[in-house]
Design a protein around this ligand. Structure first.
Ligand code: UDP
Ligand code: MG
Length: 310
């Protein structure tokens, strides 16, 4: 009998833990029909509420429930990695605790894996209903930009809700980088992927952990992790300014030779110096961002630390 490991990253989801369990169990019959057993892994990402107690309560009545509890909040990406590591199933699926990833899609997803021969089934939401307009706008811009500057496919509206075969899981686990931009990692490993689309579902209970600023920083992480185009951009700017300077030098020499050298042009000089210093600092900043990421990678710190697990 094959086993399906369900990984649920949880950060302050006390209201959702058991609710999620109940909703998932509604799919049990469909899984049994396919002769697939279940294994449910909650990854507690340093929650400050009763999430861990709720999981333990579930464990009391169902030994297929497992827990990996972090020593502090390490972020969802770390949670996903820990869950994938813990999973023992032939099939693995990632789901949010807030039921924004409907378990009712599971039978269809399994169909694509088992009958159609796909290696993984991913989901994307086609609407962004219930989301602030500005956030949707910038999210779209981000995906459009990524399409141009990265070779890795990062799909607009893709959720982390994904069902994978063991080989895909192993491929993801082989990527041990510290800066884990999961959406990019999925694209990077490749494999035959079927995309399912559905309308956005709003979170049932509790609150989202994302605000605009966090999302903005997250998108920068994505760019830094999966594109080196900003570095090329820096070089191009440098080249353009060198050319400009060369033209100016020639212009100044010619003008001096023809018209003599009246000492003026202080304001323009200040403007030029300010502009070029600004551009230089910007470029230095971009290079610095990559260096910061490299610094974190080189330290080789663990991606997460476990406080408790069963
Ligand atoms: N999550 C996590 N660690 C974090 C933030 C979120 O494990 O630092 C989990 C959270 O409990 C939920 C999932 O990641 O199960 C998605 O989070 P959320 O619903 O807040 O994100 P959204 O759906 O709004 O993108
Ligand atoms: Mg959510």
């Amino acid at each position: 009998m094959k086993v399906l490991s369900v990984i649920v990253p949880c950060y302050n989801e006390e209201e959702n833990v058991s609710y999620f369990y109940e909703e998932l169990m509604k799919q049990e019959a469909a899984l049994e029909q396919r002769k697939i057993g279940l294994e449910l892994i909650y990854v507690d990402d340093g929650s400050g509420d009763r999430t861990v107690e709720e999981v333990k309560k579930l464990y009391e009545k169902d030994k297929r429930v497992h827990l990996v509890s972090f020593s502090r909040n390490f972020g969802k990406e770390a949670g996903i990695y820990a869950g994938l590591k813990k999973a023992s199933g032939e099939y693995v699926v990632l789901m949010d605790a807030d039921l924004q990833d409907p378990p009712s899609l599971l039978p269809e997803m399994l169909h694509y894996l088992e009958e159609e021969g796909y290696d993984s089934v991913a989901t994307r939401r086609v609407t962004r209903k219930g989301e602030p307009v500005i956030r949707s706008f910038f999210a779209r811009r981000f995906y459009a930009l990524m399409k141009r500057i990265s070779h890795t496919e990062i799909v607009d509206g893709a959720r982390d809700y994904r069902l994978m075969k063991r080989k895909v899981v192993d491929a993801i686990l082989s990527m041990t980088e510290y800066n884990r931009f999961t959406k990019g990692i999925f694209g990077w490993v490749g494999f035959e992927t079927k995309w399912l689309e559905y309308e956005n579902i709003e979170r049932t209970k509790g609150e989202t952990k994302w605000n605009f600023w966090k999302l903005f920083l997250y998108s920068l992480d994505g760019i830094l992790a999966f594109s080196t185009m900003p570095l090329a951009f820096v070089s191009i700017i440098g080249l353009v300014f060198c050319l400009l300077a060369f033209i100016l030098i020639v212009f100044t020499i010619v003008r001096t030779v023809i018209f003599g050298d009246p000492t003026s042009g202080w304001p323009s000089l200040v403007c030029i110096i300010s502009l070029i210093s600004g551009v230089q600092l910007l470029c230095l900043g971009i290079v610095g961002q990559y260096m910061a990421k490299m610094y974190m990678e080189v330290k080789n710190r663990p991606i997460y630390l476990i406080k408790e697990e069963f």
